[in-house]
Design a protein around this ligand. Structure first.
Ligand SMILES: [Fe+2]
Length: 665
C-alpha cells in the first residue's frame, strides 16, 4: 500500500490568496510510505528555498513520485495533517473572504488545489484528514520502537489545541489529555522571546542563549507567569508576561546587543518551561506507569529540555521524533492513515535514520552539475574521499560535505553538513562569521562515533544511540577543553552519534579524522547560509559554497575549490527571479513633501517584506528571464561605464547572497 502524507498551507509558490502569514501552516512537507516504511520524505523548504515555507508541497510531491518512480494514480491514501472540521471552517471562511476561492468544503478544496497545482484529479475516497496532534503523536509512537509509552505533543497551536497527552500501545493512541491554546507552551516561549528581539522560528537561538544567564535572578517573577495546578494541569498568565517584562527595562530589538538582563530572562524562560513540562510529565507518568516517553510537537525541539528529561531518569527510555515540528506531521499523518486502514499491520522497528530526501546521484551526474560552474570552481575526483577530506579537516579547514540522500527534518546529520575540527574554540567564531553570519553565542554540535560516545559525553548507561541531535548532554569534564568548539558555555553539547550501519561514509570520515588527530568527533553544522534552508541539490551546494567563505566543498567523490575570479567573470551569469519574488515600483511622498519613485523587491509569503533596490538594478531585474546574462542586460540598459557596472554587479551579488535572485551559468 502506498500512502502520501502532507503538512503545510494551500497556496502555490507565487500565490498568497489566503494571506497566510509565516506563522500559519508553516513547515510544509511531503512523505511517501510503502506500507509502514518511509521511501521518500522531504520538506518543501528544501525545494522552494523558502525557510519554513507554508506553500503547498507540490515540489516535494513531485520529487517523492519521481525518485520512487511511482505514479500518483498508484497511491492508495492521501493524508493531510488537519482535522476535517478545522479545514471545513477554513474553507468556508476562505470562500466568504476571497472571490478567488470557489470551494466550501475540505474535499472539493483539495480536489481543486491538486487540479490547479498538479493537474490531477484526486479520488475523494483516498483523502484522509488527520488531526494535527494525532499526526504529531503517531510520528513519535510508530517510530519509537517501544511496545508501549507515554506520548506528548506540545507545540504552539494546531487544530485549536496546543498539545496532547496519549498512552500508546502498539500503534494505538489513547488520548488522555488535550491542552488548549490558552495553555500553549510554544506561545509561552514566544511571548517571552519577543522581549529578547526574537520571534517564531527563533526559539532554538534563545535555548542557546539561556546558559549565559542566571535563571535565579528572575525566578520569582517567572513564577507569576503561570500556576501549576493539580493533576498535571497548569494555567499561563499571558497578561502578566508582557507588562512584567517591560518593568525590567526596554526590550531588545532584533540585531541589538544582549544585556545580562536578556540573558537572565532567557535562562529563566528555559528553567520555567522545564518546570511546567516536568509537572505535566510527573503526573502522567504516575497515572500511566509508562516507562517510555515519546515526544513530538515543536517544543520537542528544545534539546536542553529533552536532555534534562533523559537525565532525570523519570523514564527508562526517551524517544524524540527528529522532525518534531510540523513537517513531522506529514510523516505522522501518513502513518496514521496507513494504520487506520491496516490496524493489524506491523509496527516499524526503532527509527535509525532520516536520510529520506534527494539523492545527489552518482559521480557522472555530480560531475555534470559541477562542470556547469567550471568558470568559478575546480573539481578533482578524490581517490579516498574520507581520508582526504579528514586530512583537510585535521589541517584546520572548514569543509562543506554533501553526500547521498538529504536528511528529513531540521538537522544536518552528515549528508548536508559543514564540518570542522571540534577542538579549537575559535572555530565557533570563525564559522559563525564565515558562513552563518549569526550570533556568536550559539553553539555548534558534535558528531561522535557511536561506540566512543561514552569517552567524551555523559550518557545514560542504557541509552547510547543519539543519531538525531535532539538531546543536550554533558561533555565529560575532562574533555571540555579538548572539544572547545562544540562544548557550550555550560559544559553541554547537542550530540549526534554516528554508526557505520546508518551512514558509512560519514562514519569513515570521522574515523579517518581520528587517525589524524586522535579524536573521533567532528563539528557538524547545517550547510546553508543565514537566510536559506539547508542545501538539498548539488546546485544549492555550489551556490552556497560560492557565496560564503567556506574553504572547501566535497560533493560525492569530488573535491571542489573556488577559482580566483575577477568581478567581470560574474557578468557571464544568467539572471532570473525565484517564483516567490515580485518587483514593485511605487510613487510616494518623501519627508519633504515630494513624490518620488521607489523600487523594491517583495515576496509571496511575507507582506511586511520589502527590500529597496536601485533603479538600475530594478530595470535589470525587470528584464531578467534566465536566458540573458548580467552583461547583456547591462548593455540593453545602456550601461557603458565600467565603474558603474561594477557597482551594479555588487548590488546583484548581494541579492544573490540573500537568495532573492537566481544566478546560474
Ligand atoms: Fe504542531
Amino acid at each position: 500500500m502506498l500512502t502520501l502524507g502532507f503538512s503545510g498551507g494551500w497556496q502555490l509558490i507565487h500565490e498568497n490568496i489566503y494571506d497566510l502569514q509565516s506563522w500559519n501552516c508553516h513547515d510544509s512537507a511531503c512523505v511517501l510510505l510503502e506500507n509502514e516504511k518511509v521511501i521518500f520524505a522531504i520538506e518543501e523548504e528544501r525545494n522552494n528555498r523558502i525557510k519554513h515555507t507554508n506553500k503547498f508541497p507540490f515540489k516535494s510531491l513531485y520529487l517523492c513520485l519521481k525518485n520512487t518512480d511511482i505514479k500518483l494514480d498508484k497511491v492508495d491514501l492521501i493524508a493531510y495533517y488537519s482535522s476535517k472540521e478545522n479545514l471545513d471552517i477554513i474553507t468556508k471562511r476562505g470562500f466568504l473572504n476571497n472571490a478567488q476561492v470557489t470551494t466550501t468544503d475540505p474535499v472539493s478544496f483539495f480536489q481543486s488545489l491538486f487540479r490547479k497545482g498538479f493537474n490531477y484529479e484526486i479520488d475523494p475516497a483516498k483523502l484522509c484528514f488527520i488531526s494535527h496532534h494525532h499526526a504529531h503523536a503517531m510520528s513519535a509512537l510508530a517510530l519509537s520502537g517501544y511496545e508501549s509509552s507515554l506520548v506528548t505533543t506540545f507545540d504552539g497551536e494546531g487544530n485549536n489545541c496546543s498539545g496532547m497527552v496519549f498512552e500508546g500501545e502498539g500503534i494505538t493512541l489513547k488520548q488522555i489529555a488535550n491542552i488548549p491554546p490558552s495553555k500553549s507552551l510554544g506561545f509561552f516561549y514566544l511571548y517571552v522571546i519577543a522581549f529578547l528581539g526574537y520571534g517564531i522560528f527563533d526559539e532554538y537561538k534563545v535555548m542557546g542563549l539561556a546558559p549565559y544567564g542566571d535563571p535565579k535572578r528572575y525566578s520569582k517573577l517567572f513564577q507569576t507567569f503561570y500556576t501549576l495546578l493539580s493533576k498535571g494541569d497548569y494555567v499561563i498568565h499571558e497578561d502578566k508576561i508582557v507588562s512584567s517584562l517591560f518593568n525590567l527595562g526596554i526590550p531588545r530589538r532584533k540585531g541589538e546587543p544582549f544585556t545580562q538582563i536578556h540573558k537572565d530572562i532567557a535562562a529563566s524562560l528555559q528553567e520555567n518551561l522545564e518546570n511546567i513540562v516536568f509537572h505535566v510529565l510527573q503526573y502522567y507518568k504516575q497515572e500511566t506507569k509508562q516507562k517510555n516517553l515519546c515526544m513530538a510537537g515543536g517544543v520537542a525541539h528544545n534539546c536542553t529540555l529533552n536532555g534534562k528529561i533523559l537525565r532525570s531518569g523519570m523514564f527508562e527510555n526517551v524517544f524524540v521524533q527528529p522532525a518534531a515540528h510540523d513537517a513531522g506531521c506529514a510523516l505522522g499523518a501518513a502513518l496514521y492513515a496507513y494504520y487506520n486502514a491496516n490496524p493489524m499491520a506491523k509496527k516499524p522497528s526503532k527509527l535509525e535514520h532520516v536520510y529520506w530526501g534527494t539523492d545527489i546521484g552518482g559521480s557522472p551526474s555530480v560531475l555534470n552539475q559541477l562542470m556547469q560552474w567550471q568558470d568559478f570552481i575546480t573539481y578533482d575526483k578524490l581517490v579516498n574521499v574520507s581520508e582526504q577530506t579528514a586530512k583537510l579537516l585535521a589541517d584546520g579547514y572548514v569543509v562543506a560535505w554533501v553526500q547521498g540522500r538529504s536528511e528529513f527534518g531540521p538537522r544536518a546529520l552528515g549528508n548536508r553538513s559543514i564540518l570542522a575540527d571540534p577542538r579549537p574554540e575559535e572555530n565557533k567564531e570563525r564559522i559563525n562569521k564565515m558562513i552563518k553570519k549569526r550570533e556568536g553565542y550559539r553553539p555548534f554540535a558534535p558528531s561522535v562515533l557511536e561506540e566512543e560516545v561514552d569517552e567524551f559525553f555523559e550518557v545514560p548507561p542504557h541509552q547510547k544511540q543519539f543519531p538525531f541531535m535532539v538531546f543536550v548532554v554533558n561533555v565529560r569534564e575532562e574533555k571540555r577543553k579538548l572539544l572547545g568548539a562544540v562544548t557550550h558555555i555550560d559544559g553541554t553539547a547537542r550530540i549526534q552519534t554516528v554508526s557505520r550501519e546508518t551512514n558509512e561514509k560519514y562514519y569513515d570520515l570521522i574515523q579517518s579524522f581520528k587517525k589524524f588527530v586522535g579524536v573521533p568527533v567532528l563539528l557538524n553544522t547545517s550547510f546553508n547560509n543565514n537566510v536559506e534552508p539547508i542545501v538539498d541539490s548539488v546546485q544549492d551546494a555550489v551556490v552556497c559554497f560560492l557565496t560564503t567563505e567556506l574553504d572547501y566543498l566535497v560533493v560525492g567523490e569530488y573535491l571542489v575549490k573556488k577559482k580566483e575570479v575577477s568581478w567581470k567573470n560574474h557578468l557571464s551569469l544568467k539572471i532570473s527571479l525565484p517564483p516567490h519574488i515580485s518587483l514593485h515600483q511605487v510613487k510616494k511622498l518623501d519627508s519633504d513633501g515630494n513624490f518620488n519613485n521607489f523600487f523594491c523587491i517583495g515576496n509571496s509569503y511575507d507582506r511586511n517584506f520589502q527590500l529597496g533596490v536601485s533603479s538600475k538594478v530594478f530595470r535589470i531585474l525587470m528584464l531578467a528571464n534566465s536566458e540573458k546574462t548580467v552583461e547583456s542586460l547591462l548593455q540593453e540598459d545602456g550601461e557603458t561605464d565600467e565603474r558603474k557596472a561594477q557597482r551594479i554587479l555588487e548590488e546583484i551579488m548581494e541579492l544573490w547572497s540573500q537568495r532573492l535572485i537566481l544566478l546560474c551559468p
